[in-house]
Design a protein around this ligand. Sequence first.
Ligand code: PMP
Length: 408
Amino acid sequence: MDEPVSYDVDAVRARFPALSHPTSSGRPLVYLDSAASAQKPDVVIEAIDTYLRSQHANVHRGLYELSAQATHLYEQARNRVADFLGASTPDEIVFTRGTTEAINLVAATFPLGPGDEVVVSELEHHSNLVPWQLACARTGAKLVVAPITDEGSLDWLAFRERLSSRTKLVAMAHVSNALGTVLPVADIASEAHRVGAKVLFDGAQGVVHGTVDVKAIGADFYAFSGHKVYGPTGIGALWGRYDLLAALPPYQGGGEMIREVTLEGSTWADPPARFEAGTPAIAEAIGLGVAVQWFTGLGRDAAAAWEAELLAYGTEQLASVDGLRMIGTSPRKAGVMGFVIDGVHGQDLATLLDEQGIAVRVGHHCAQPAMRRMGVTGTVRASIGCYSTIADLDALRDGLRRAVRILR
Ligand code: PMP
């Protein structure tokens, strides 16, 4: 199959130094684990390098030139993330360690009590399930789970049936990391709002696969991680509607998040500072700002269209592997292919693929309930990024055939 002219994947790949490093076997790296963490383009690496070499100081504190410059770079990153998500104002962007911390922030502060309900789906990553279990245990609210279908889509009627005036929050993935399912986020948001609930989307995978506009979706909160969108680890963001953020109490106490402190008590800064206690991950935030700007420049919809082609091609090629069963076959899917192969253990498959320089993930992908629902304990997962190629998928198909021959 030819690469489409509109998307020059070779030029994209050339921006990612890690992709040109051979593996220890001497074979080229076939990186098919972008859903776990994406590789980094040169611009991100260089921005962090420059910052650490010559621009570092603590932010928001010093009056001297270096601190003012670091503050400017940090706040510029916030502006870039705001643009990336379609936020009304950069003040709606709270930097966090990632998706997990962003969801924990809301779970720890969102007002809930006995009689209230939080609705999640059966396909959630543990990051969008366990924080709600903890919040419900703490507040006496009830966790309600909307089931998924055999193909891994949200069971729409069952979801609607679970909504009521008791529902205070709907917390759902935008895109499932384990099954690849793209959830109908705008419809979920309008259903949630119909019963007066707020809606939070776990966008860890959603931001990577197409343009996200939080206002067009109708979201109230949206969480994502930098490292999945070609930025660094240790940084991510929570977007929240400003009036909602302003109504939440602090998540952690410390420097930077206060208005005034006395020995008797304290008052809080406005968002986003209220939720950014302590010295932030400055270099990482700058790297994230550069990453989202670079990814936007690449064309998020063009990258998503390329990934859709790869997904269709990869799905077809994998179907030709003897005994392979795809887990997650929703008609609306992003570039995640989870599968099992009859009579072959996933760990053994992944090990043999690794010997051929092919990096895939095996296990439950932090979505044990989803795996259980699909009748498996785990899958082998190949996931694609903006730099993935037809050749990567051919290598996977051939590698799997070889592995199956050895293992059976
Ligand atoms: N949700 C989804 C859908 C994910 O894919 C991930 C990462 N695998 C997370 C949440 C958690 O992200 P992080 O570990 O970066 O906080």
